[in-house]
Write a protein that binds this ligand. Structure first.
Ligand code: GDP
Ligand code: MG
Length: 163
């Protein structure tokens, strides 16, 4: 079986945008199992000669802070269980949030390899956009832009090297 990369993070940080860029035109398989896995989308990717499955988490739209946090927490737990490497996505435009910190703690406890991707860095070279995310404790964050497609190669270099 292919190793698994999961993209985790709170809603609206750009997980699905990046997922779609990574899989390109490789058909995504929508899991249709009953229960908690039904909102997870699986695709395949290849980078530096390595094939992998990639999971986009958090497809269910929920209303209200509590429901959103519950969902993010659950998705992160599932990702930790099945992933070999986790891409933890955060948003440079909103900055670091409490929800990010909560997810970070869960991921940290899991001891799985984590790569922090700071999305929405639409102007490359703005170090100040990613600086605060060093504090999450997973090493150097990688600046990306789903809108412009920048930084995604660097992100995949890092993620695939940990498989
Ligand atoms: P998800 O909820 O984490 O899956 O996030 P989505 O991929 O659905 O994206 C949420 C919103 O952020 C959408 O309106 C995207 O168009 C927007 N978005 C995604 N990537 C970027 C980016 O790099 N820059 C900016 N400015 N917006 C982005
Ligand atoms: Mg999404």
């Amino acid at each position: 079986a292919r190793p698994v990369i999961a993209i985790v993070g709170r809603p609206n940080v750009g997980k699905s945008t990046i997922f779609n860029r990574v899989i390109g035109d490789r058909l995504a398989i929508v899991e249709d199992k009953p229960g908690v896995t039904r909102d997870r989308i699986y695709g395949t990717g290849e980078w530096n000669g390595k094939s992998f499955s990639i999971v986009d988490t958090g497809g269910i739209e929920l209303d209200g802070e509590d429901e959103i946090m519950k969902s993010v927490r659950m998705q992160a737990e599932l990702a930790v269980e099945e992933a070999d490497v986790i891409i933890f996505m955060v948003d440079a435009k909103t900055g670091l949030t409490l929800a990010d910190e909560e997810v970070a703690q869960m991921l940290f406890r899991s001891r799985k390899p984590v790569v922090v991707a700071v999305n929405k860095v639409d102007n490359q070279g703005r170090m100040e956009d990613i600086y605060e995310f060093f504090g999450l404790g997973f090493g150097s964050p990688i600046a990306i832009s789903g809108s412009h497609g920048t930084g995604i190669g660097d992100l995949l270099d890092e993620a695939v090297s940990k498989l």
